[in-house]
Design a protein around this ligand. Structure first.
Ligand code: FAD
Length: 446
C-alpha cells in the first residue's frame, strides 16, 4: 500500500505524527505543493520564499538519507493532491493539521482519504474553549483554559527509515520555482540557516536566563529567534516546550500565543482582512498622497523616530524584527500616521521570514485596538519613551548608521538634543500632535 505524506508548515522528520503514521502503513510519497492561488492575497511572501527554498532543500536531503524523496508540485493543492493520489495509486493522504483558511478548503477536497494529525500546536486548539464552548478572545483567559491540556505530549522520534514506493512520481525542480530573489538580491543580510537541523541545534543551545526582562531589550539577544523555524514547522512546539524547564514559564506563555492566534483565525477565518470589531470600519484612516508618502517613509525606516527606523531597517535587511520593536513600529503606523493596520500587516507579511497568518493578524489587530480582544484604539505607545525605557541605544546605532556616533542621551530623540545629522530625516509628525489626531479619529468611531 502507498500513501501520500502532504507536507505544509511541518517541514521536519522528528515529532512528525503524519510521517510516522504514513511510514507505519506502507510506502510513503512525501509531497510539497506550492499553492500560490488558493491563499489569494496571502500567498507566501517574498522573504518566506527565500526561507522555503532552503528549508525544502534541507528536508529533501534528510528524506534521502532515510531512503525517501521529496516530490514537488505546483498549483492549487485542492487539485494537485487528488491528481497525485490517482497517479500514484495511493490510498490515503496523511497531514498535520493547520488552521489557515486556504489549507482547510484544500483539505475538504480530499474527503475521507485525508487523515489529519495534531502536531504543530501544544494541544488541539478546538478543545480549548470557554465553559460555553466558544473560542477564547483574550489571551490571559486562553492561557487559563489551556492549563488542563498541559504539559503537551512528549515529542516523537523520527522514523529510522521511510518505506519507498516501487516507482516515484515526477517532481518539479526546486530551482524552477525561483523562490530565491532575482536581481536585485535583497537577501544579503539574511543571517539565517533554515532547516530542521538548525532548529534543533538552536533548541539545544537555548539560553533563557533572564528571559522575562531581556526579551524586551532590543539591544540584547534575549529571545530564541525560533519563530521562522516554528512557522515552517522545522521544529514542533512540543519539542520546544520540553526543551525548556518549568521555571521558563514566561517563555512557555509566549510559545502558547501561537495556539491562541490560530484559535482566533479558526473562529474568524478572515481576521487578516476584517476588523475584529466592525465599528472600526468607520475609522477615518488617512489616504491619498501624503499618507502614501508617510507609508513609504515607514517602510524604508525614514520616519525621523530612531527606534521606529531601526526596527523597519532590521526588518528589511534581516527578515525579522524584535518583538518589542514590532509593537512600537506597528503602533506608530496605526496611531501616529493614522494608516490602516492592514497596510502594515501586508508589509510585514512580505518582509518577515516568520510571517504567519494567525500571529501577524492577531498581533496587528491587538496593537491597532480593532480586534476581538479588549485592547483599545486609544492606547497609544510613545516611541521615544519606549526607546529609553528598553535601552534601545545600541540597537539604534546598529541599524541606523547615520546615528551611530550619538551618545545614549541623544540617540532616542536627536532633534530634542539638537544634534540630528543632516542625512537623517526630521520627524514626520510630533508625538503630541499625532496623539491628538489619533484620539480625535478614535472618537469618530464611538
Ligand atoms: P521568543 O520570545 O523566543 O518566543 C518564542 C516563540 O513564541 C516565538 O518564536 C513565537 O513562535 C511565539 N511567540 C512569541 N511571541 C508571540 C506573539 N506575540 N504572538 C504569537 N506568537 C508569539 N510572530 C510570528 O511568528 N509571525 C508573525 O507574522 C508575527 N507578526 C507580528 C506582528 C506584530 C505587529 C507583532 C507585535 C508581533 C508579531 N509576531 C509574529 C509575534 C512576535 O513578535 C514574534 O513571534 C517574536 O518576535 C519572534 O521572535 P522569537 O522567536 O525570538 O520569540
Amino acid at each position: 500500500m502507498t500513501d501520500l505524506l502532504w507536507l505544509r508548515q511541518d517541514l521536519r522528520l522528528h515529532d512528525q505524527p503524519a510521517l510516522i503514521a504514513a511510514a507505519h502503513s506502507g510506502a510513503v510519497i512525501p509531497v510539497y505543493v506550492l499553492d500560490d492561488e488558493a491563499p489569494g492575497a496571502w500567498k507566501i511572501g517574498e522573504a518566506q520564499r527565500w526561507w522555503l527554498h532552503h528549508s525544502l532543500r534541507a528536508l529533501a536531503a534528510s528524506l534521502e538519507k532515510k531512503g525517501s524523496r521529496l516530490i514537488l508540485r505546483r498549483g492549487r493543492a485542492a487539485e494537485a493532491l487528488p491528481a497525485l493520489v490517482d497517479e500514484a495509486g495511493a490510498e490515503r493522504v496523511h497531514a498535520v493539521r493547520h488552521y489557515e483558511p486556504w489549507w482547510r478548503h484544500a483539505e475538504a477536497a480530499l474527503g475521507d482519504r485525508l487523515c489529519l494529525y495534531d502536531g504543530n500546536h501544544l494541544t488541539r486548539i478546538e478543545d480549548v474553549t470557554t465553559g460555553g464552548g466558544a473560542p477564547y478572545r483574550i489571551y490571559s483567559s486562553f492561557w487559563k483554559g489551556l492549563q488542563p491540556h498541559l504539559p503537551p505530549g512528549k515529542p516523537l522520534a523520527a522514523p529510522r527509515t521511510i518505506p519507498a514506493p516501487e516507482t516515484w512520481p515526477k517532481s518539479d525542480s526546486l530551482a524552477d520555482w525561483t523562490l530565491l530573489p532575482t536581481a536585485p538580491d535583497w537577501s544579503g543580510g539574511f543571517d539565517w540557516t533554515p532547516g530542521e537541523a538548525e532548529a534543533l541545534r538552536k533548541i539545544k543551545q537555548l539560553a533563557l536566563d533572564g528571559y522575562e526582562e531581556r526579551r524586551n531589550l532590543p539591544s540584547e539577544e534575549g529571545t530564541s529567534r525560533l519563530s521562522p523555524h516554528l512557522h515552517f514547522g522545522e521544529v514542533s512546539p512540543r519539542t520546544v516546550w520540553h526543551a525548556t524547564g518549568g521555571d521558563d514559564i514566561t517563555f512557555r506563555k509566549e510559545l502558547a500565543w501561537r495556539d491562541f492566534t490560530d484559535g482566533v483565525v479558526l473562529a474568524l477565518p478572515d481576521y487578516a482582512d476584517a476588523n475584529g470589531r466592525d465599528r472600526y470600519d468607520k475609522l477615518p484612516w488617512r489616504s491619498g498622497t501624503a499618507a502614501q508618502r508617510d507609508l513609504r517613509a515607514w517602510q524604508r525606516g525614514r520616519t525621523g523616530y530612531p527606534i521606529v527606523d531601526a526596527g523597519m531597517r532590521q526588518l528589511w535587511q534581516s527578515g525579522w524584527m524584535h518583538n518589542r520593536v514590532r509593537m512600537i513600529t506597528a503602533s506608530f503606523l496605526v496611531k501616529h500616521l493614522l494608516i490602516d493596520w492592514r497596510e502594515g500587516e501586508r508589509w510585514f507579511w512580505d518582509c518577515l521570514v516568520d510571517a504567519d497568518y494567525g500571529n501577524n493578524a492577531v498581533n496587528w489587530q491587538w496593537i491597532a485596538g480593532t480586534g476581538v480582544d479588549a485592547n483599545m484604539f486609544s492606547r497609544i505607545m510613545a516611541p521615544i519613551r519606549q526607546s529609553e525605557k528598553f535601552a534601545a541605544g545600541d540597537y539604534i546605532r546598529h541599524w541606523v548608521p547615520e546615528l551611530k556616533h550619538l551618545p545614549d542621551a541623544a540617540i532616542h530623540d536627536p532633534d530634542a538634543a539638537g544634534c540630528r545629522p543632516g542625512d537623517y530625516p526630521a520627524m514626520l509628525i510630533g508625538h503630541r500632535e499625532a496623539r491628538e489626531r489619533a484620539l480625535a479619529a478614535g472618537k469618530k468611531v464611538r
